[in-house]
Design a binder for this molecule. Structure first.
Ligand code: AMP
Length: 249
């Protein structure tokens, strides 16, 4: 992990009325990226690596929902969204879009962004294009991570998350220093609620094929799609991503 002070993404995770603890790094070239790929392919891990190297902010819609989980003052829409998430279904477009639109300043942020888990439907992708046009911003690329479905399932079933620092690991690849505990902070590792049982994972993969995979053609037709083989270690995939991004820009 990098020793740099990490932005806590407070404006994204908690809402627009909250300020981020670390102001965005002043950079000449803010990167604005979207990550696509099946659940479990490693988008979150790639987003973290991209954030560390390119200094843009990791904007994950799934993280906003997970952050709202323990909140006592959930709106009815958020409570319904958490129920969808538990079942492996998509949260309705209207709820997701309201949440992203409220956080438009994260999209405008001069540090740039890497969107992870959004957009997930054509309606969301069109809404994002509208917002970007309104803000006179352009995406630099849409990285589409590709992996055979059997490997995706293996990654999902082995995924473990630190309850304390939220770092993400695989149970065996590479082996943890102490099984069940975070290599970074020693916190206890748990499995994401929607990474089991198998039936929920199956629903998530079907939903991906039906609702999200069409975005590959959507972004290809805009000339933004960059396909990246996601096999091997996270670092190998990251190096492929960086090379492909540099070649495309
Ligand atoms: P993720 O962390 O991206 O895998 O998202 C976890 C879950 O949150 C998904 O399975 C959905 O239930 C919900 N979710 C996250 N982002 C979106 C989105 N853009 N559209 C609809 N549902 C979403």
């Amino acid at each position: 992990m990098s020793n740099e002070i990490k932005n806590d993404r407070a404006s994204w995770l908690k809402g627009p009325e909250v300020e981020c603890s670390v102001p965005p790094t002043q950079i000449d070239r803010p990167w604005r990226l979207v990550l696509l790929g099946a659940p479990g392919v490693g988008k979150g891990t790639q987003a973290d690596l991209i954030t560390q190297r390119l200094h843009c902010c990791h904007l994950s819609t799934g993280d906003v929902f997970r952050a709202a989980k323990g909140n006592d003052h959930q709106t009815p829409a958020m409570a319904a969204a958490l129920q969808c998430m538990k079942q492996g279904a998509l949260v309705p477009d209207s709820t997701v879009w309201e949440m992203v639109r409220e956080r438009a300043r994260c999209v405008r942020c001069r540090g740039g962004f890497v969107l992870d888990g959004f957009p997930r439907t054509l309606a969301q992708a069109n809404a994002l294009q509208g917002l970007l046009e309104q803000e006179k911003l352009q995406l630099d690329g849409v990285l589409n991570y590709e992996l055979p479905v059997a490997e995706v399932v293996a990654r999902i079933s082995g995924r473990r998350v630190c309850g304390k620092c939220k770092a993400v690991f695989h149970e065996t690849q590479p082996p943890l220093r102490v099984r069940g505990y975070c290599d970074h902070c020693g916190g206890q590792l748990t499995q994401r609620e929607d990474d089991r049982p198998e039936a929920v994972v199956k629903v998530r993969l079907e939903v991906y094929e039906r609702d999200t995979a069409p975005l590959i053609e959507f972004y290809r037709s805009l000339g933004l799609l960059i396909s990246i083989p996601a096999h091997g270690t996270p670092e190998e995939t990251f190096e492929r991503s960086l090379k492909a991004l540099q070649a495309a820009n």
